[in-house]
Design a protein around this ligand. Structure first.
Ligand code: ATP
Length: 357
């Protein structure tokens, strides 16, 4: 089932939580709502669930406006951050519970609970109580309970935030495979950009109640619309440096405190425009002095296994982070020279934050 938000706003007393949201989600798509705390992710999910009504605009399920449709009439499955399993019930009864509410006869609801349990590999745990399961298994019970009614739409609110890092990676693979196998339209709220990048077909990035960009993970990473999106995706985040664009006889030069270099292509903006340049940590390399664009002093080195993450400051006290190989010697106080991959330099307007390239 496809989902459409048409100029949807949600106002709480004097706070505008969602402002003029336009979004179309295709049938079978896995979409993540991603953004910092308070940006309106949960409010959006609650409107889909029917727990909040939009103040303005329309939400469509297929061709039907559902603004005032009761949650029970929506045929959606939901998994929350706290799985909220019933502790006194077995796994079988927990999974079958939504069918019991619909007064489905016992034999049929148990058959369907068992079939759904097989989907999430819980068929051998049906007689256990939630307390006798691991965190990952409990999470799968919650998922099975959300899927047992064969919903048209699956809503997930930070479903993996209670799992440890390793289990999270396993679960996100499992969940993604299951979603594709069932081809169920799925909308997941997360503030974890890695999780969103790993799982989503498309990501809607929200900030202060407004969509910043809605696109595939690859496209968001390579063509961020503005500094907010550029900074939000990528860990550690993109380096930002202040500078000015100078139109020179042989092209466009970017110049800032202690650095100056030619851009690969001519950029058609006014001479001396104030800009922010963006360079991802993996796109900076340590080079010899005469090749260096930036002269920097190492302030911190973190060992991350295969690589080291190095923080440094350049003139003007701006911080730049970059990676070096694990076996490259680097320590606090070293003077180094850095050069960026020129085809990976981003340019943003200092005034608006918009991507200029
Ligand atoms: P988090 O990641 O912290 O859960 P979020 O992106 O899900 O954040 P929302 O819960 O959607 O954010 O909240 C968006 C804004 O609306 C916040 O500023 C929040 O304080 C406000 N808000 C949410 N629910 C209500 C409510 N019932 N009454 C008043 N304000 C609310």
């Amino acid at each position: 089932m496809n989902i459409r938000f048409e100029q949807v706003s949600k106002q709480f007393s004097n706070h505008l939580a969602i402002s003029d949201l336009n979004l179309t989600i295709q049938d079978g798509e896995f979409v993540c709502l991603l953004g910092p705390s308070g940006c309106g992710k949960t409010t959006t999910l609650m409107m889909l669930a029917g727990l909040y009504q939009p103040t303005q605009g329309n939400i469509y399920f297929g061709n039907q406006v559902v603004n005032f449709l009761e949650p029970k009439d929506r045929n959606i499955g939901m998994v929350f951050q706290s799985y909220a399993l019933y502790p006194h019930m077995t796994v079988r009864d927990n999974i079958a519970f939504p069918l019991k509410q619909q007064k489905v006869p016992k034999k049929i609801r148990y058959e369907r609970a068992e079939k759904t349990a097989r989907l999430v590999r819980l068929e051998n745990y049906l007689d256990r109580k939630p307390s006798q399961l691991s965190g990952g298994q409990q999470q799968r019970v919650a998922l099975a309970r959300a899927l047992v009614k064969e919903p048209d739409l699956l809503l997930l609110d930070e479903p993996m935030s209670n799992l440890d890092a390793r289990l999270k990676i396993e679960m996100r693979e499992e969940l993604r495979q299951l979603q594709k196998q069932l081809n169920i339209t799925t909308i997941m709220v997360t503030h974890d950009q890695e999780e969103a990048m790993a799982m989503a077909d498309r990501i809607a990035i929200l900030d202060r109640g407004k969509i910043q960009q809605f696109d595939t993970p690859e496209h968001l990473f390579t063509n961020p619309k503005n500094m907010f999106v550029a900074h939000f995706l990528g860990n550690p985040p993109m380096n930002f440096l202040e500078g000015q664009l100078i139109q020179d006889l042989d092209g466009t030069v970017v110049e800032g405190k202690g650095y100056r270099f030619h851009l690969e292509k001519q950029v058609n903006v006014p001479n001396k425009m104030d800009v922010i340049i963006g360079i991802r940590p993996h796109d900076l390399h340590v080079v010899s002095e005469w090749k260096g664009v930036f002269s920097a002093m190492v302030t911190n080195v973190e060992h991350l296994g295969r690589e080291k993450l190095v923080s440094s400051t350049i003139e003007g006290h701006q911080t730049i982070r970059f990676f070096v190989n694990h076996n490259q010697l680097m320590k606090f106080g070293d003077r180094i020279y850095l050069s960026p991959n020129l085809d990976a330099v981003f340019l943003f307007s200092k005034k608006t934050g918009e991507n200029l390239l």
